[in-house]
Unconditional design. Structure first.
Length: 483
């Protein structure tokens, strides 16, 4: 087990560790195990921050602008505007409504109009601006006082708040609060007329945005491209914003955003207005596409006006993002670009699928055992158990989510995957992990059976697997076949 380090002319060093069997990766929040080591820029900032934090804090707005520019360049026109600790914090109807109102209130149609712009008038008339924006968006009092989101059937849902109502997990459902989202079911996609009527009715009822994901983060099912095309067209006709939840899929599914894969992006017209991001990005939030379905009507024709709108929103809080988090998020973007993670994720997905299908053998015949796109891989739960890997589960789901790191060279080669997971290198690799854990006083992080924290000391030293301590998981754990 060696680690090869290659020097690169752009200042990045690409580490190639052997593949480990942690495909849980903190519910997909870890893209890489190299941290700042492979990015000189952010490593130097971080080292300076630990020695002289005040000096780095004085560069805060420079770093924030650098992150904003890198983000919109990497994600091809999506500008990060609002930052939060968790995606559940941002997918709240009132937050999305306020974000849309801020963007419309600071658009060129307002700020460049002498009759409206607070920047050009000695006596601002906020009521006049507010009414103009409502008319521009096609909103009424209900959108302001009782905004709602509409969700497309199959969306993952949230851990809390209004979208928790839609979760498949009872633990989330019982703490759901706020107005339930308007549900757009599969039957609504039977025709353009049916879907358009549904969206028009939803908007009349106070819907400010339609939220959809393209790869279900629970079971890996994929939203059909033709349905996404229909959804975009009908959102455009109904004049309602479209938000795609990319928390799990950004960078990981073969493109910077899964909605930018060729089968979804198509000719580039009628694209979503917003994306939610999070997980491995280091920070969660919403990014706006100012050429999106609804946003294009706001006429943001200059980047300086986009930046001004973003500044207005961010100035409403003390610090939109803490400095240490900002440094980490910047490093993740730098590495994703330098190491080509979107492209690599497609190669990783192909290699893993070849490996799983080949080793599943007859168990994989006659049924679907793999879902997902790119390096977000959902594997039949019973098939997954055969490989003795740590995976991320929804407890009542029949699918195990394999979410591998994106920086391992071995992950793009199905033969190397086999060698490190079940072949000749598997036992030595896991033995090394066990020895390191015993030395550090740690243990496997995730329950091999259900995916939550592994907390008991009774863990397998041969396979480097643990469990959460519940009776049900203990029974399955002690019945596993060692490597």
């Amino acid at each position: 087990m060696t680690v090869t380090v290659k020097s690169m002319s752009n200042g990045h060093r690409s580490a190639e560790p052997p593949l480990d069997h942690d495909f849980h990766n903190a519910w997909g929040t870890i893209y890489s195990n190299s941290g700042f080591r492979n990015d000189d820029r952010t490593r130097q900032i971080w080292e300076e921050y630990t020695v002289n934090p005040v000096r780095v804090e004085q560069q805060y707005h420079v770093l924030l602008n650098e992150y904003t520019d890198k983000f919109q360049s990497f994600f091809q026109g999506y500008w990060p505007i609002t930052f939060h600790a968790h995606v559940s914090d941002v997918l709240i109807p009132t937050t999305i409504a306020s974000l849309i109102l801020n963007t419309a209130s600071t658009c060129p149609l307002v700020v460049e109009d002498p009759a409206l712009s607070p920047l050009l008038k000695d006596d601002p008339e906020p009521e006049k601006v507010h009414q103009f924006v409502r008319d521009l968006l096609g909103w009424t009092d209900v959108h302001i006082t009782s905004p709602k989101l509409a969700i497309v059937d199959g969306i993952y849902g949230c851990a809390y708040g209004p979208l928790a109502h839609s979760s498949d997990e009872w633990e989330y459902k019982i703490i759901g609060s706020g107005p339930e989202a308007i549900h757009i079911g599969r039957s609504d996609f039977s025709s353009e007329d049916a879907l358009l009527k549904k969206l028009i009715a939803a908007k009349k009822d106070g819907c400010v945005a339609v939220v959809s994901d393209l790869v279900n983060a629970s079971d890996g099912s994929v939203f059909p491209p033709e349905s996404f095309r229909l959804l975009r067209s009908c959102c455009d006709q109904a004049r309602i914003c479209l938000l795609v939840d990319e928390a799990m899929t950004a960078i990981r599914c073969g493109a910077p955003l899964v909605s930018q894969r060729p089968e979804y992006f198509e000719d580039g017209t009628l694209q979503p207005d917003m994306v939610a991001f999070g997980k491995g990005m280091g920070i969660s939030g919403v990014a706006i596409n100012f050429n999106g379905l609804m946003m294009r009507h706001l006429a943001f024709h200059k980047q300086e006006l986009i930046r001004q709108s973003i500044r207005f929103w961010r100035s409403m809080v003390t610090r939109p993002i803490a400095t240490p988090v900002l440094i980490e998020a910047l490093g993740i973007l730098n590495l994703a670009q330098a190491e080509g993670w979107p492209e690599r994720s497609e190669q990783i997905g192909k290699a893993f699928r070849e490996f799983i299908l080949r080793l599943a053998g007859n168990d994989g015949h006659g049924k679907e055992i793999i879902r997902g796109l790119g390096a977000f891989i959902a594997v039949d739960r019973e098939i997954s158990k055969k490989f003795n890997v740590m995976a991320a589960f929804r407890r009542r789901s029949s699918w195990a989510r394999w979410i591998p790191k994106l920086n391992s060279a071995a992950a793009v080669d199905h033969q190397a995957i086999e060698r490190y997971l079940v072949g000749i290198e598997a036992k030595p690799l896991r033995r090394a992990l066990t020895e390191e854990a015993l030395k550090q006083g740690t243990k496997p992080l995730w329950c091999w059976v259900c995916g939550i924290d592994a907390i008991v000391e009774d863990w397998c030293r041969t396979c480097f697997l643990g469990y959460c301590g519940t009776e049900a998981c203990a029974q399955f754990f002690h019945a596993h076949n060692c490597l």
